[in-house]
Design a protein. Structure first.
Length: 345
């Protein structure tokens, strides 16, 4: 006889196996943020509805390389919620919407993306200390550039630039669209008040969407494997430490980001706390981070100090990034100190 516990374990193992099989077929890099927690639905669709509350909204903005003649900017906004059907006792369905906008260079190379995200959140034990979520998002992307702002070698006559001369280029279009499919899963175990460990794995662009301006169907968006582990533990009555390690693999590129943050709890009544920490993007940048929370409002600020060979152009000035998230809760439940974790379900 198959018990509920055995079935849950089977589903969990099966989903991880599918993602790992997909990852072995990995063959343009995506937008990314230094503070992944400010844009969770971009990191992993399994985060849809995975929070303590009723509804959640958030936005994050990044401005990069302002010392370079043309800077880069990225904006993302999202909203998600939890749903419960009559047949569900403790499990939930997460639903979310995500929008991304990215602009770069003189030609205004831009990406606009809309995603519908969903997840299934399952409580693996009765007291909600062990939670598992599996999710997917399906979206639409538009990629475009402004051809009129570009100049080409053929437009130089040897002495001067002449915009009226033929460019010698033949673009079939200056915009292209594609559909996108992403999968993700995560598991969180809270083993003590304010202490937990969390692991997530996601696989993006599983449909290998094509992206071309010259009808070259061999050009595709590289699939991406994203995984991370996060650990938080109280080291003093009002002080927590959080350690994270993120890894992304896309095409020929790998990115490793270790992270550490200290959180000081200022007021338990209104859940007020501040945090300071850093990320290190290997061979690229050192990232200083600040964090502030009051009740269900979270604000984060970071600044990248460039350490790569591009430092000759940036003079070590990387990017500033700020995010804000807010969770709507009908009531804020009393959580006794003996309880291990918040009420997610």
């Amino acid at each position: 006889m198959i018990t509920k516990s055995t079935y849950s374990t089977f589903c969990l193992n099966l989903f991880f196996t599918i993602l790992m099989i997909c990852s072995k077929s990995i063959v343009s890099q995506d937008i990314h943020f230094s503070q992944y927690n400010g844009s969770l639905l971009n990191a992993n669709p399994a985060f849809s509805g995975f929070f303590d509350g009723d509804h959640r909204i958030g936005a994050i903005y990044r401005s990069q390389w302002s010392s370079v003649p043309v800077s880069y900017s990225t904006f993302s906004a999202f909203g998600d919620t939890k749903l419960k059907t009559k047949n569900m006792k403790s499990d939930r369905i997460g639903v979310g919407l995500l929008f991304n906008n990215d602009k770069a260079g003189y030609a205004n190379y831009s990406i606009n993306q809309f995603y519908l995200s969903g997840s299934y959140i399952h409580k693996l034990n009765k007291d909600s200390t062990l939670l598992w979520s599996a999710g997917a998002n399906i979206g639409f992307s538009n990629v475009a550039f402004n051809y009129s702002k570009m100049t080409f070698d053929n437009q130089y006559d040897g002495n001067n630039y002449n915009a009226s001369q033929a460019t010698g280029e033949n673009f079939a279009s200056n915009a292209t669209n594609y559909a996108d499919v992403n999968l993700g899963t995560l598991i969180k175990y809270a083993f003590k008040q304010r202490a937990y460990i969390q692991y997530g794995l996601s696989f993006s662009h599983i449909n290998s969407p094509k992206i071309t301006f010259q009808n070259n169907t061999s050009i595709k968006v590289d699939s991406k494997l994203y995984n991370y582990v996060s650990f938080q533990y109280p080291v003093a009555p009002s002080l927590d430490i959080m350690l994270e390690l993120l890894h992304q693999h896309q095409g020929k590129f790998n990115e490793y980001i270790p992270s550490a943050m200290l959180k000081l709890r200022l007021n338990e009544t209104n859940q007020q706390q501040v945090g300071v920490g850093f990320n290190y993007r290997a061979k690229d940048a050192f990232v200083a981070r600040l964090f502030y929370q009051v009740k269900t409002l979270n604000v984060g600020l970071s600044y990248d100090v460039n350490t790569s060979k591009f430092v000759a152009a940036t003079n070590r000035r990387g990017g500033v990034e700020v995010y804000l998230t807010y969770i709507f809760k009908k009531t804020v439940p009393f959580v006794p100190k003996t309880r291990v974790c918040p009420i997610y379900m």
